[in-house]
Design a protein around this ligand. Structure first.
Ligand SMILES: Cc1cc2nc3c(=O)[nH]c(=O)nc-3n(C[C@H](O)[C@H](O)[C@H](O)COP(=O)(O)OP(=O)(O)OC[C@H]3O[C@@H](n4cnc5c(N)ncnc54)[C@H](O)[C@@H]3O)c2cc1C
Length: 405
């Protein structure tokens, strides 16, 4: 039976990328995108330019509104409440049934809540509405306690001080992000908090009390942080409820193959909500980064059409804080290279790039601060399986563009 009706559940970057890829691959049947948040927009600016007020709602849209009509995509601002694959339909929260030959779940993730007394008073940051609420709270002079000094928590603290608020980051790990960017860069980034006026507290909250708007975050080490607003940036939980309710296999993410196929052949899934089951049955770590969401949306589009998914190279992510641009490609997690080694490039005594090399000399990962050319070169080296010269990697005068040759 020809494929005539595809429904995509979730208008984040994974769902949108799938929709765009379906049209690019020539699919000309009905295409509906369920996006309860309205016109699809990008999330990374929510802790960066949008939070700072340098980018507005229009600027962060994935594409202009006219794009959907031009590409024959029906944008429906509603939630799906149940999948009915056997009936060839999806039920919307209002009760309406939308017929669909194939469904793509791109339901993303939701912030993990702080599991302590008073933890539900902490703000989280996932949607534009969350960013609007946070922006209002980050008034000059406001005291903000950010629980979790990972990527998003650090970006929020960085934006808070730019907006004139006082920020305290609370995290039990010092420095955080070592597996993501390597120890040298993680220490440099941690040091930047103090330089920019962000206080850090090495502990975990045990309780948040609220005394008429004056909050006290009590910490396990016996100390307390006084705050007008508390933000929790302690990671995300994949949104698998719809999938699980419909009997799809899930384990910290909807389980998919490289083409986004779930345990039901009529249902595909992509983005933060998913976890890759490799051909040998082992489960990959779930990704929570933008490019991975784009790629998995594109791969699922191929899967939906019965075509082979593209092969992608090493994963990449970025983060912006305290005026610097951090990027990493591949992995810097030394646990994945027990006999390997890390090489660091210093410029004027400051670490600018870190490289993880496997025991056989192949490059496994590279992280940089403000050195985009190096990440591009590292990406080529990793994807081609080249063995770089470690001395050139660490030499600040060696041109990154020549390393991949
Ligand atoms: C503040 C912030 C900053 C970030 N910064 C970076 C960064 O600098 N670099 C980087 O690499 N990554 C960053 N990320 C991560 C990146 O944005 C995510 O990995 C990406 O958005 C995931 O896309 P997604 O489409 O899978 O999920 P989402 O963007 O979460 O979209 C899922 C959508 O599905 C909808 N949905 C859920 N359930 C249903 C339902 N039942 N029916 C219909 N719709 C439903 C949701 O409303 C949501 O709109 C950031 C994320 C956040 C929140």
């Amino acid at each position: 039976m020809p494929l005539r009706r595809i429904l995509v559940v979730g208008g984040g970057v994974a769902g949108f990328s799938a929709v765009r890829e379906l049209r690019e691959r020539g699919y000309d049947g009905e295409l509906t995108l369920l996006s309860p948040e309205g016109l699809p927009y990008d999330r990374p600016p929510l802790s960066k330019g949008y939070l700072l007020g340098t980018e507005d709602a229009q600027k962060i849209r994935l594409v202009p509104e006219a794009w959907y009509a031009e590409h024959g995509v029906g944008l429906v601002p509603e939630r799906a409440s149940a999948l009915r694959p056997s009936e060839g339909a999806v039920e919307l929260s209002g009760g309406r049934l939308v017929p669909a030959d194939r469904v793509l779940l791109a339901t993303g993730s939701t912030p993990r809540r702080l599991g302590v007394a008073g933890g539900d008073t902490a703000l989280t940051l996932r949607t534009r509405a969350d960013a609007d609420a946070l922006r209002t709270a980050l008034a000059p002079g406001a005291r903000v306690a950010v629980v979790g000094a990972g990527l998003i928590g650090s970006e929020v603290a960085s934006a808070a001080v730019v907006l004139g608020a006082e920020a305290t980051l609370i995290d039990p790990v010092v420095p955080p992000l070592v597996p993501a960017v390597g120890r040298a860069l993680a220490e440099r980034l941690q040091g930047m908090h103090a330089e920019r006026g962000v206080r850090t507290s090495v502990s975990v909250p045990v309780e948040i009390t609220d005394d008429g708007g004056r909050r006290l975050v009590r910490l396990a080490d016996g100390s307390a942080v006084e705050a007008d607003v508390v933000v929790a940036g302690i990671g995300v939980v994949p949104e698998t409820s719809l999938a699980e309710k419909s009997g799809l296999a899930a384990d910290d993410g909807i389980l998919v193959d490289a083409a986004g196929t779930t345990s039901n052949p009529a249902v595909f899934a992509a983005g933060d909500a998913t976890r890759l089951r490799r051909p040998d049955g082992t489960l990959a770590r779930r990704s929570e980064h933008w490019e991975a969401a784009v790629r998995s949306g594109q791969a699922a589009a191929a899967g939906l059409l019965g075509e082979a998914p593209p092969t992608f190279g090493a994963p990449w992510f970025w983060s912006d804080r305290h005026g610097v641009h951090v990027e990493a490609v591949g992995t810097l997690d030394e646990r994945q290279a027990p006999d390997g080694r890390t090489v660091v490039r210093f410029v004027d005594g400051v670490p600018q790039a870190a490289f993880l090399l496997a025991a056989d000399g192949r490059l496994l990962g590279c992280a940089v601060v403000d050195l985009p050319l190096m990440v591009r070169a590292a990406r080529r080296i990793i994807d081609r399986g080249l063995v770089p010269d470690p001395a050139a990697l660490s030499d600040p005068s060696a041109d990154p563009r020549k390393l991949a040759r």
